[in-house]
Write a protein that binds this ligand. Sequence first.
Ligand code: ADP
Ligand code: TRP
Length: 334
Amino acid sequence: MRVLSGIQPTGNLHLGNYLGAIRNWVKMQDEMDSTSQCFFFLADMHSITVHEGREQRLANVREMAAALVACGIDPDRSVLFNQARVPAHAELCWLLNGTARIGWLNRMTQFKDKAGKNRESASVGLFAYPVLQAADVLLYQATHVPVGEDQKQHLELTRDIAIKFNTDFEREVFTLPDPIIPKETARIMSLRDGSAKMSKSDPSDQSRINLTDDNDAIAQKVRKAKTDPEPLPSEAKGLEGRPEALNLIGIYAAMAGTNADAVCAQFAGQGFGAFKPALADLLVGALAPIRDRYVALKDDHSALDAILEKGAAKASAAAEPTLRAAYDAMGLMR
Ligand code: ADP
Ligand code: TRP
């Protein structure tokens, strides 16, 4: 089993990233046996699709590395690195550009969303983004890729690229990866609008819980979260048509390690006045230690740089055989 996932080092992590992605990474890392390995990386090469100044970009990579370690990624057990330090990603991406079809990329919903109406002015990098993502995954022969639901399409594309490459060059160079999507927490929604996903790009900070929020901010955001006047039902199916209530119950269930039915049974008949303080306590209890570890680590640049350098050396060694096999299959002398 080879587990691999990446995250763009852009801005603060929020509860959606934590529950939808990173907590799952930590779980998979903690369940590994000696025959398996986990690779987690900061997709800084992908982040060039968002304009950022030099200093900000440097800061983002270190901050995100600190956040991942604070969330429980152990750099001694998992390979933790930043993509730019491992040139094999960019190299394989170029090779796969010969395999990926424009028609496939045209169907990518993330590109359509991010490019918006004015596609002509979107960068080539934004269009080709999923090819680099395919290279990230295929380089390590990853078998399991824990991601949020929004990345499912990119993983399907990765499989299509791998199949076409293996077929075209008549060699099994790449392993087909499977996405691992946590069902219950696949989409954590905004605290202000149960139909929009919690996102760092939402202009309202009230819409999300950041992993850097202090205890008061967490409690205040939960208190102000949009809800409805109805009491909580005794079973989760009573939450149909109540997206905000469903979201908060889902967050509670995820944080408490239980399911929505159990949370409904616990709070049946009570209003949000009773439920919200319990949710806030649960969130503060789980997030405060993460925040404290993050604060302690984030300014220790030399420790963070050492972690990333060591991770990149391990990643480069692991990527090398696949990169060599891809060049060779294509008849490119290296
Ligand atoms: P954002 O939407 O805030 O820009 P990213 O696109 O950088 O977040 O996502 C980073 C990771 O977190 C991805 O694996 C993504 O699937 C996951 N993720 C982001 N937002 C959510 C959410 N609201 N619920 C569940 N998972 C999420
Ligand atoms: N595109 C992913 C996101 O936006 C990040 C990412 C880049 C990734 N490369 C990856 C995720 C490889 C999984 C595997 O969240």
